[in-house]
Design a protein around this ligand. Structure first.
Ligand code: MN
Ligand code: MN
Length: 402
């Protein structure tokens, strides 16, 4: 669920590495351990949302199911439903407006409650007598296709996302979707008549992860060792064994340093990290939420964010002036178009990235990435030009020799 890649440089690791860290998890609906039930002859999966979502955005859109199941017999099954043209998709229903008088009086956070994000699986009963025949029919179908029995959900990671998400990356799906999750079922599409924008689910943060990975793969004989980390669990605080707070990254670097007889602490002290993550693009529909003079804007290039956090920079990494200077001069030298980003106006809200967890290791770290419109929604929008500038950024750092 996390990937670390490196190209060993001609210089010693004691002189540091150029690191690029992006995350490959996105907000979604995860399937609960005991998910399957039937109510009023409709079969459902119970979900638990993952990351920061507006719950009402996840109803009445096509969703796909992804993930892995460890069956009782030890077999590992990969599940993908809703992505192929002929596949059925899944959905969460919403109340018709005709009967929504009470619902529409509620605050937006309560219009759809977490326990109402139940995914429709089917409605056709098995023939015969008895109860829960619709649910039994679904289990029969899952058994025929995947060999699953109901208790196998206990050792599964299944997730739902918008179906048909961005596929341009050409990455192995199992790398990006190692849990069973329900995800939106939209294909990546050009947005607008001029086709300058790109809409898809999960731009945060694959729109940085993919260019970072490509830059790493294309790097040959760098001066400094280049490292690309594609990490998990950022959307819930970089926790767990596959999140950036785990020691896996340190252990990976330790292995490289040991091979050269270099102290890990020397390597880290001399390293530089781009925390490659998205920023909020200025949205003219909500100008009051941002400081226009300090906000990133679509089509203005890759966005450098000195600090994230909330309130008085709480929870920020806050890169040094020296680190900012290093990034801007490297980008200017490479001819990369860049801009400055801050996350909304002061006291409006806030957020964080993996930057502070990398910086905790004594590694100079700076947030940089692509501005996104409708961030954390099932269909996020970015500028193609900005994505390309992000790619040039990661390439420039892989090739940096000073
Ligand atoms: Mn992100
Ligand atoms: Mn995010």
């Amino acid at each position: 669920k996390s990937i670390a890649l490196a190209v060993v440089g001609t210089k010693s690791l004691g002189e540091g590495a150029n690191i690029c860290a992006a995350h490959v998890d996105s907000p979604r609906l995860d399937i609960k351990p005991n998910p399957l039930y039937e109510d009023s002859e409709i079969s459902y999966l119970k979900t638990h949302y993952y990351g920061g979502i507006k719950k009402y955005q996840w109803t009445t859109i096509p969703l796909a199911l992804h993930g892995v199941v460890y069956r009782a017999d030890g077999a590992v099954v990969t599940v993908t439903i809703g992505e192929d043209e002929g596949d059925p998709i899944l959905m969460v229903s919403d109340l018709l407006p005709h009967l929504a008088a009470d619902q529409m009086q509620k605050p937006a956070g309560k219009i759809i409650e977490g326990e109402q994000l139940n995914v429709i699986l089917g409605s056709e009963p098995l023939e015969g007598d008895g109860s829960d025949l619709v649910k039994l029919h679904i289990m029969k179908l899952l058994n025929e296709k995947y060999g699953l029995v109901e208790s196998d959900f206990l050792s599964a990671e299944l997730t739902v996302v918008p179906a048909g998400r961005c596929r341009e990356a050409g990455l192995d799906r199992s790398l990006l979707r190692a849990e069973i999750e329900v995800v939106p079922a939209y294909k990546c599409r050009d947005v607008g008549f001029d086709r300058a924008l790109l809409g898809a689910y999960g731009h945060d943060d694959r729109v940085d992860a993919y260019p970072a990975l490509m830059a790493e793969i294309e790097t040959k004989n760098p001066a400094f060792t280049t490292v690309c980390v594609l990490t998990d669990k950022e959307e819930i605080g970089s926790v767990g064994i596959s999140g950036m707070q785990s020691h896996y990254f340190e252990h990976f670097m330790e292995g490289l340093c040991d091979a050269q007889g270099v102290k890990l602490s020397d390597c880290f002290a001399n390293s530089f990290c781009l925390s490659a993550d998205v920023s909020n693009a200025f949205d003219p529909n909500w100008p009051e939420t941002c400081d226009k003079r300090n906000n990133s804007q679509l089509n203005y290039g890759v966005a450098i964010c000195k600090y994230t956090g909330s309130r008085g920079k709480g929870g920020a990494s806050d890169a040094s002036a020296e680190a900012m200077g290093h990034v801007r001069s490297t980008l200017d030298k490479a001819g990369v178009i860049w801009q400055i980003a801050t996350l909304g106006k002061v006291d409006q809200g806030g957020g964080g990235t993996v930057a502070k967890y990398v910086a905790n290791q004594d590694i100079d770290t700076i947030d940089i990435g692509v501005p996104v419109l409708s961030m954390h929604s099932p269909f996020e929008i970015v500028s193609k030009a900005d994505v390309y500038m992000a790619y040039l950024t990661f390439k420039a750092f892989c090739e940096d020799a000073e």
